[in-house]
Design a protein around this ligand. Structure first.
Ligand code: SF4
Length: 184
């Protein structure tokens, strides 16, 4: 299935019933941001606040991301933010393989339509889903090229809520990412 516009992605996500997460969600959470963004940020899945409002990264983790972007000198409005799965898994459990497969086309369409310079993967689950990687704590701060796309790895902002030291990691990663983007 090919999707020809971000508006179409949004409309399909809002009414999607392709996996069982539609039964427990309050709102599905389409990606949001600049349609000409140079960077797409991808997390694992919506959390409680996002499910309530229907927008990505609006809770405490979203605040951490905004702060790190501001530190790096770019605004949140200049980037596009989305998740591997667009509906909240109950109790924030890790999305199943089947759920990720069901939702895959939406993320692929967002990337294909925006054509960002870099796809910034946030956290282990997104890292595993998109690149089959593990141990983001060790790999963070690195660029990875795969299938003609350029990825950058960083921690999930939600992890900072439990470990404040990771805020420096996120801020430093964002600074590195923004500096490299300027040279591209
Ligand atoms: S998680 Fe994705 S595939 Fe599943 S219902 Fe939500 S939008 Fe559809």
């Amino acid at each position: 299935m090919s999707i020809s516009s971000l508006e179409q992605v949004r409309n399909q996500v809002v009414s999607c019933t392709k996996c069982d997460l539609c039964k427990t969600r309050n709102n599905s959470v389409p990606g949001k941001g600049n349609h000409n963004a140079e960077i797409i940020f991808v997390g694992e899945a919506p959390g409680r606040s996002e499910d309530k409002i229907g927008e990505p990264f609006v809770g405490p983790a979203g605040k951490k991301l905004s702060d790190a972007l501001e530190y790096a000198g770019i605004s949140r409005e200049s980037v596009y933010i989305t998740n591997v799965v667009k509906c909240r898994p109950p109790n924030n459990r890790v999305p199943s393989q089947a759920e990720k497969e069901s939702c895959r086309n939406y993320l692929e369409s967002e990337i294909a339509l925006i054509k960002p310079k870099v796809i910034c993967i946030m956290g282990n689950t997104a890292y595993q889903s998109i690149l089959g990687g593990k141990n983001i704590t060790k790999e963070r701060g690195k660029f990875v090229k795969k299938d003609g796309k350029l990825y950058f790895l960083t921690v999930h902002p939600a992890a900072i809520i439990y470990n404040q030291k990771l805020m420096d990691s996120l801020k430093n990663d964002m600074k590195k990412l923004v500096n490299e983007i300027k040279k591209m």
